[in-house]
Structure formats: C-alpha cells, structure tokens
Design a protein around this ligand. Structure first.
Ligand code: AMP
Ligand code: GLY
Length: 431
C-alpha cells in the first residue's frame, strides 16, 4: 500500500518511521516532511504544505494513495478529513467538527460542563475589563488561556494577580493575533500531569500507552510553556486504578458526548490530564491528534503494526487490531534552537547526527531541513532524541548519552526529563 502522512514535525517523523515498518506498506509519502523523514527508508517527502487541502487531495489522487494519516491539528481544522472522505479516500483523523474539541478552548470547556466531565472551574471573556475584574475576584494562582490554536503557547499559569493582568493585557492587545479575541480564565489545578491518548472510532476506542511530557522550557519545570521539551512512556502516575477512572470519567463520556452532538470522533483523541493526589483525573485540554513529543517515546514502545490499528479504526473498530507494547520504558529529550520558545535562529548546521547510537536509541527530527546535503535547523524544536531502557532511569541514560554526541550553535535542552518518574522508581514504586 501507498500511504500519505500529512505534517513535518517530530511527531510525523515518528509516525512515518513506524508506518513504514507496517507489513502492507510499500511507500509513505510525507507532505511536507523534514530532513528526518527524507532519510527514512520507504519514505519520500513531497513539497506540499500540510494545510493546503486542495493540493493534498490532488497529490493523493495523482499518486493513487491508499490511506492517509493526519499528524498536526492545522489540516484537521482546515477540514482535510471532510474533503478526503467526500472524495471517497480513506483517511485517519477527525472531521473538522470533531476536531473543534482542540481548536476552540471555549467550546471544549462548555462541552465538558454539559457532559459533567471533570475540569477546572472557568469563565470565558471577550473583553478586558470583565476579565480583569474576574481575576481580581478569584485571586492567584490562576490560569489565562487564549482561545483558538496558539501552538501550546497561548497559556499563562499566573502565580500572581499582576502576572494574570499582564497576560490579559497582552492577549486582548493582540499579541497572539486572532487567537486572543476570546480568553478562558480557569482555576489552577494541583497535581501531576499525564497525556492519555486513545485511538477512537465513534464510541469505540483503544488506549495507547500512557505518557507524560514536560511543557516548561527550563529544568525543574520552570520558565515559560513550550510545545513540550521531552516526554516518556509509560507515565507511572497512571496506575491501573487511575487508568480505569480516566476511561470511565473522561474518555467514555467524551466520546459519547461528541457522538451525541453529531461530532462523532475518529482519530487520535488526546486528553491532557491533571491527576490529583487522590488519583482524581481532571481535563486540562483535549487535542484531536497525537502529542508532540509524546508520540516519539510512545511509538518507540509500540510492538505491533500501526497501520493495522489505524485501518481498523477507519473501518469502525480499533479493538480488532489492539496495540501491543514493549515492556521497556522510552524517554525522549527535545533539543531546541537557541531562543525557543521565543524568536529563534534557523539554518545552523547540526553536527553528530551520523554517529552510531545503537539499537536502543532513535533520533527523531522535528525542525530540520537539508541544505546542500547538510542537516540544518529550521524550527524551534529541532530533534527529539529517544532512548529505550528497562525503566525510565535507564531510558533517560540512553537518551542523554546520544544527546551528548549532537551539537549546533545555540542548542538548548533540559537535563532532567523524566525526573518525577525516576523519583517514583527510586521510591520503589515503578510503573
Ligand atoms: P493547555 O494548552 O491548556 O494544555 O495548557 C498548557 C499547560 O499549562 C498545561 O500542560 C499545564 O501544564 C498548564 N495548565 C493549563 N491549565 C492548567 C490549570 N487549570 N491548572 C494548572 N496548570 C494548567
Ligand atoms: N506535548 C503536548 C502537545 O502535543 O500538545
């Protein structure tokens, strides 16, 4: 079979790598891909932008693509699944209406309230004065979020009322373009985060392995939010009891609610959760896609055929091809360009990628490009270096051994990815 994978980040490199290993796959076209997918066997980059739906449709027809997988949220919000399905093409991903669970935070918060799914108390504001009054009344810590897609960066966890005021002034002042016109203000949730992703087809679903990412730029989970600086799987905070509660209290009512509202969801449904000290899950956000960088460690652990799973979902029953997992843990360290998550420099040559990293390591590319045969930086998050190991600590050691062999001017990465899980392991309470 010939596949089309839409996207060009780290998540898509991992998807392309895994899909190319599927038994039935002859070739994976990646639109537009990156330098990592360009170097992957049985993968071929095609220079079609991920959000150009008419050009993607034309590509799929011209190349006689049998099955399409959508990586990022942009093309979902642009209606790529609706367009492919209307043209009779097989595609894995949610429709535009179903993907609104990610693209509008205000829709999601109202949806959660309607279906009594646990989440932080919140209000939606469209003008500054009312928002300021609400923040002053509720006090800090408090969380201020721009509505709409802002690439994971439209969220400020304000530790003081002043910080919240500043965030509101910025968002209503247009710092995030159109995404800032509506702002959600919600109570701060305490606990430990986990990413819980399922492959869904309407109300049927199978969970993927649990994961946890680190959103803050600096060690110790400090500094501004990013798209994610590293991740690991499994997430020890998702014990079997927590897992059962997440399914019953979050995933199932969400899939039922979406179906009941005419937004039947087929695709990867990602629940970003805060797990309280007593194991209570609360929804922070939903994504209508796989997480990045969670995908990289999750897919490193996947021991079964990914295409069979996604194809079974498009046929209505992902449970027909349930995933099997390696018993090891996997951990990915994001190497980012200098300046990220602010303004970054592009075009720096990356050294050390040609080294022998061994069978327990995989270097996934994110923001990379080829310039005259040399791999250069072309985005904020540049690489996600993944290691496999008997536990999170061993996976971390494998990943950082590889990180130490790679360098470019201005690179930055966190040195503590996985620390919470390793603390749990040290307490003799591994996953
Ligand atoms: P979001 O884009 O909604 O996932 O938010 C990005 C990050 O901000 C989350 O992964 C959390 O680390 C943090 N965050 C968002 N909402 C809350 C909340 N209500 N309480 C505590 N932290 C939050
Ligand atoms: N790593 C979080 C996300 O993909 O949204």
């Amino acid at each position: 079979m010939k596949l089309l994978l839409i996207g060009g980040g780290g998540r898509e490199h991992a998807l392309a790598w895994k899909l190319a290993q599927s038994r039935a796959v002859r070739e994976v076209l990646v639109a537009p891909g990156n330098a990592g997918t360009a170097g992957e066997s049985r993968c071929r980059n095609v220079p079609v932008p991920a959000e150009d739906v008419p050009a993607l449709l034309e590509l799929a027809r011209r190349e006689r693509v049998d099955f399409t997988v959508v990586g990022p949220e942009g093309p979902l919000a642009a209606g790529v699944v609706d367009a492919f399905a209307a043209a009779g093409l097989r595609i894995f991903g949610p429709t535009r209406a179903a993907a609104e669970i990610e693209s509008s935070k205000a829709f999601t918060k109202d949806f959660l309230a309607r279906h009594r799914i646990p989440t932080a108390q919140y209000r939606v504001f469209t003008e500054l004065q009312g928002a300021l009054r609400y923040v002053e009344q509720r006090g800090a810590p408090i969380v201020v979020k721009a509505d709409g897609l802002a690439a994971g960066k439209g969220v400020v966890v304000a530790q003081s009322v002043d910080e919240a005021r500043q965030a509101l002034a910025d968002m209503f002042g247009g710092s995030l373009g159109g995404a800032g016109a509506r702002v959600v203000i919600e109570d701060f949730l305490a606990g430990e985060e986990a990413s819980y992703i399922v492959v869904a087809a309407g109300t049927r679903y199978v969970p993927l392995a649990s994961a946890q990412d680190h959103k803050r730029i600096f060690d110790g989970d400090r500094g501004p939010n990013t798209g994610g600086m590293g991740a690991y799987s499994p997430a020890p905070v998702v014990t079997p009891q927590v897992d059962a509660r997440v399914r019953a209290e979050v995933i199932e009512p969400t899939l039922r609610g979406l179906a009941a509202e005419g937004r039947q969801f087929t695709g990867f449904l990602y629940a970003g959760l805060m797990i309280g000290a007593d194991g209570t899950p609360q929804v922070i956000e939903f994504n209508a896609r796989l997480g990045d960088p969670e995908t990289q460690p999750i897919l490193m652990r996947l021991d079964s055929d990914l295409l069979e799973l996604l194809s079974a979902a498009v046929d209505g029953d992902p449970g027909r091809a349930p995933p099997r997992w390696k018993p090891q843990a996997a951990l990915g360290v994001v190497m980012a360009a200098g300046g990220y998550p602010g303004a970054i420099r592009k075009g720096d040559a990356i050294d050390g990628l040609g080294g022998d990293f061994g069978s327990q390591v995989k270097v996934f590319h994110a923001g990379t490009a080829l310039a005259g045969g040399q791999v250069v930086t072309s985005g904020g998050r540049v690489l996600c270096v993944c290691g496999l190991g008997a536990g999170v600590r061993a996976a971390q050691a494998a990943a950082y051994a590889a990180v130490s062999k790679i360098r470019w001017s201005g690179m930055q990465f966190r040195s503590d990815i996985g620390y919470r899980a390793i603390e749990r392991e040290n307490r003799g309470n591994p996953a």
